[in-house]
Design a protein. Sequence first.
Length: 205
Amino acid sequence: MKKFVSIVFIIALISCKSSISNSEKITGNLNELVSIMQGQYSSEAQSKRDTSYFNISLRMIPIWKKRGHYLYVEQAMFTKQEKPYRVRIYKISQRGDEFVSEIYTLKNEKEWIGKWKTPNAFDVLTENDIELKEGCEVVLKRVSKNRFSGQTGIKTCPSELRNASYATSKVTITENEILSWDQGFDQNDQQVWGAEKGGYEFVKY
């Protein structure tokens, strides 16, 4: 009987250690993803190789560190960085072996432009000041060390830009680069905005 109990205890202990190990691994991968996402980027090199691409500035700065994994995001033409055309907050979380980047808009986004220089300024921002873009989250998987890839759902992200019906995003994130392909499609699945050849190559600097 004692021998049986000992065997059961050992099996339970191994199972417990395995569960903790998997949990630590997933948490480590989440931290890895958030770490390589943050930074300042530009698509300058790509725009010089191919003039159909613009030189775009992308900034992703960590905020709200005590609340989870959040990034403040500004995207602008490189020559007009004071007037970004995209101002967002990304919330990065884990879902099993997947990683989800939820997209939030800011209700008074003009008040926050340029505040990436002082991330602590966002401490006064509350969840009532941001709004989730339903269906626009990007679901990523870890492909290898410092490499994650994923996309939005199929026709889940509504868009009205340039008569679009929905938008899609395909993203690959590595240690020094983000490949991002955003496209808008009308109700007949015809592309109405976004790059046509492939994604934008944002290189960290």
